[in-house]
Design a binder for this molecule. Structure first.
Ligand code: URA
Length: 182
């Protein structure tokens, strides 16, 4: 499937109950030829309203970290596990992830990035391993098929606990280095 078909299918999706409460489907945004892809959890309020991932407070903090390591947001691709906002930003339900995950798989296959970065625990548990422990395992590298994968703290977690920002900066520096390795 090409990008246009995939975007259309996603915008019309009614595979789980979240389609009833969404304003917009938040498909993903950025460079469709990116070598670096970030994958978050699910859209929040601002994302649901705008249709663009990571534009609220957490997204603005992510932008600061990208800027700090000299990565341009327009050079990367950003998507989420879920394309529709869960009510009151609750955690995604397993059946919602199951209904939605194929859109993400198709996006990853079309982009074929070198590095995939999971933003937060929920994304890492779904994409790296079910027992992923973000406090212990952020910044660790995993090889999955063709992809180099790692996870960093979710920017919303950094807003709640700014002491984690130091670790985030170190992880982001390593991600930047990894892109130019080999
Ligand atoms: N949190 C996420 O995980 N994704 C977004 O797009 C916004 C906030």
């Amino acid at each position: 499937m090409g990008w246009d078909d995939l975007k259309k299918k996603c915008a019309e999706c009614d595979k789980c109950a979240l389609h009833q409460t969404r304003t917009n489907c938040v498909f993903g945004t950025g460079n469709e030829n990116a070598t670096l892809m970030f994958i978050g959890e699910a859209p929040g309020e601002q994302e649901d309203l705008s249709g663009v991932p990571f534009v609220g407070r957490a997204g603005q903090l992510l932008d600061k970290f990208l800027c700090a390591v000299d990565i341009k947001r327009e050079d990367v691709y950003i998507a989420n596990i879920l394309k529709c906002r869960p009510p009151k930003n609750r955690d995604p339900l397993p059946e919602e992830e199951d209904a939605c995950i194929d859109y993400l798989r198709e996006q990853v296959a079309l982009i074929n990035p070198k590095v995939i970065v999971c933003l937060g625990r929920i994304s890492a548990m779904r994409l790296i391993k079910p027992d992923f422990k973000i406090t212990k395992e952020h910044g660790i590298w995993f090889k999955k098929g063709n992809y180099l994968m790692t996870a960093v703290y979710h920017p919303a977690a950094l807003l709640r606990d700014p002491r984690k920002k130091e670790d985030m900066l170190e992880d982001m520096k390593r991600i930047k280095e990894k892109l130019s390795e080999e």
